[in-house]
Design a protein around this ligand. Structure first.
Ligand SMILES: C[S@@+](CC[C@H](N)C(=O)[O-])C[C@H]1O[C@@H](n2cnc3c(N)ncnc32)[C@H](O)[C@@H]1O
Length: 208
């Protein structure tokens, strides 16, 4: 729940919030309970997953349900979209399509590097970027807003890997990096692993 709570706390009041890949519907429930939007759209590619959300949210009137691959079946662009609990590449595919919201709250389960890179290429600026630890596992949470494409400069490798604000002290990030450093030092030092280790050690310097 720590991951979901951290993400939902980033929602700002607006007209329409879409919960893409809603599954159980907990994110939509939070937005509805706290009146964060005029309408909440619970969306999932799987009809059976969406049924779980229908059950959970049955007492609310200002919620609509969509079986949809990303934004494809939505009537128009929502103001804010939350996309959590999917791989980074799947999220990239979704946000590259039409009707993508201008404000995104994202929780990739992996490949956050590729997602940050894609956000910059698509003209989004990252405004929040941190990790939370839940039951020993680390999760990235990223909030991004559409910005003037020319103004955004591609961040360094360190920031693409470990978060745009990885030069600001965070005990959770430090702990995550220390674990990663000890994992990587146990691996065969291929060129790729050596580069990963270099990046980890560079960011660790900023965290100490
Ligand atoms: C692991 S659940 C995550 C549920 C919730 N968002 C969370 O973070 O706890 C992933 C959900 O995303 C849905 N999903 C996967 N790809 C999707 C896509 N392209 N469009 C919409 N939903 C998708 C799956 O059906 C599944 O219900």
């Amino acid at each position: 729940m720590k991951r979901l709570i951290a993400a939902t706390l980033l929602i700002e009041k607006c007209g329409t919030v879409a919960d893409i890949g809603c599954d159980h519907g907990y994110i939509s429930l939070y937005a509805l309970k706290n009146s964060l939007a005029d309408e909440v759209w619970a969306c999932d590619i799987s009809a059976s997953s969406l049924n779980k959300a229908r059950k959970l949210l049955q007492d609310y009137e200002n919620v609509r349900f969509f079986v949809s691959d990303g934004f494809k079946e939505l009537p128009y662009k929502p103001d804010t979209a939350l996309i959590l609990g999917m791989g980074g590449y799947e999220i990239v595919k979704i946000i590259s399509g039409d009707k993508c919201a201008d404000t995104l709250i994202l929780g990739p389960h992996n490949n956050a590097y590729a997602l940050r890179k894609a956000l910059f290429m698509l003209g989004f600026g990252i405004v929040k970027d941190f990790c939370v630890c839940e039951r020993g596992k680390y999760y990235d949470i990223i909030k991004a807003s559409r910005t003037d494409k020319n103004a955004a400069e591609m961040p360094s490798e360190e920031k693409l890997f470990w978060g745009i604000f990885c030069d600001e002290k965070s005990p959770t990030l430090k702990q995550r990096l220390e674990k990663e450093e000890s994992k990587l030092t146990g691996y065969k030092l291929t060129e790729i692993n050596a580069e990963k280790l270099r990046v980890v050690r560079e960011v660790l310097k900023w965290q100490r």
